[in-house]
Design a protein around this ligand. Structure first.
Ligand SMILES: [Zn+2]
Length: 316
């Protein structure tokens, strides 16, 4: 975890001029990290949060954790970025916060800017923060157009071009995890059928694991690695769906590289190999022939790093 932040610090060593704080609000905890003007990791803090918390309680926890990593009395030097497990509406209010319903409807940027006394707070969906991190300091470093697909509990994707997030809707690429990858496929939480999320999202894979008597997605990957052909077939199915989704996204966004992040990506080549195979089989040739597909490198730190990057005012 620390190594990832140190890596980021090294990359930005010559350009960062201000303190930058990243905050990652997850479904179970809120985490904050601060980088110094000299590009050193100065502080980290975290606290548990939960779905039963009221808006007031959640805001208080977020403010308390963030305050613990701010340097008192230096508001003009602060840049703060915040990653949320939700989307943003056009009015910049939090939308669709399934894990933390207490956040819904809040204009978090205004609330936090007021409470923390800094010049600006930038809020973005966690998929956007993860994509910024992987493009700026992770697997996509050095590429101009980076598409980051994340398979966490659900599925989504975000596009970074020249270090900037591309927004189409909801603070990212809309609800990209709900592209159709299998006509007539399994029902999805969105009300549709055959979406990427319904086949390759973490919740979908956990259900498949349970059906095989396994505890979770990690156990599913372990069983597949150990030669369990049924478990391997589940991951092959998920990877195939991912390859189709990448073919669709890529035809619209022309990335140079696709980085696959999120807990499901821990399955590694068991997921990426069928994804690559299907991408080549069904994708437009002029799109996929130049496209690299690789696993994310920043792990669980991606969102907090990306939030810190978004809060900075330097090019990277
Ligand atoms: Zn769906």
């Amino acid at each position: 975890m620390r190594r990832c932040v140190v890596h980021l610090v090294y990359i930005l060593d010559t350009v960062r001029l201000v303190r930058s704080v990243g905050v990652d609000i997850g479904g179970a905890s809120v985490r904050a990290a601060r980088l110094s003007p000299g590009n050193r990791l100065e502080a980290r803090a975290s606290a548990p949060v939960g779905s039963g918390m009221s808006s007031e309680r959640l805001l208080a926890e977020i403010i308390a954790v963030t305050t613990r990593v701010l340097v008192p009395g230096r508001p003009s030097e602060r840049r703060i970025g915040v990653a949320i497990p939700a989307f943003l509406g056009q009015d910049r209010r939090v939308h669709y916060s399934l894990n933390l319903p207490g956040l819904e409807g809040i204009k978090l940027e205004d609330e936090l800017t007021r409470a923390l006394g800094g010049p600006s707070v930038t809020v973005m969906p966690d998929i956007a923060a993860a994509a910024l991190a992987e493009a700026g300091a992770g697997a996509g470093s050095g590429h101009r157009r980076v598409l980051c697909a994340a398979l966490g509990t659900g599925a989504n994707a975000a596009l970074i071009v020249d270090g900037k997030l591309v927004e189409t809707a909801h603070g990212a690429l809309g609800d990209a995890g709900h592209v159709l990858t299998e006509p007539g496929g399994p029902e999805c939480v969105c009300g549709g059928r055959g979406c990427l999320e319904a086949i390759a999202g973490g919740a979908a894979l956990r259900r498949e694991a349970h059906a095989l008597g396994l505890a979770d997605g990690a156990a599913l990957s372990a069983a597949a690695s150990a030669g369990n052909s049924t478990a391997a077939a589940v991951l092959e199915h998920a990877g195939t769906a991912l390859g189709r989704a990448i073919a669709i996204w890529s035809a619209m966004t022309f990335p140079d590289v696709v980085v696959v992040a999120g807990g499901v990506a821990q399955a590694g080549q068991l997921l990426l190999e069928p994804a690559r195979r299907e991408l080549v089989r069904v994708g437009a040739r002029h799109v996929v022939e130049r496209l690299a597909l690789m696993p994310a490198t920043l792990g669980a730190d991606a969102a907090v790093i990306g939030a810190a990057l978004s809060g900075s005012d330097v090019a990277y």
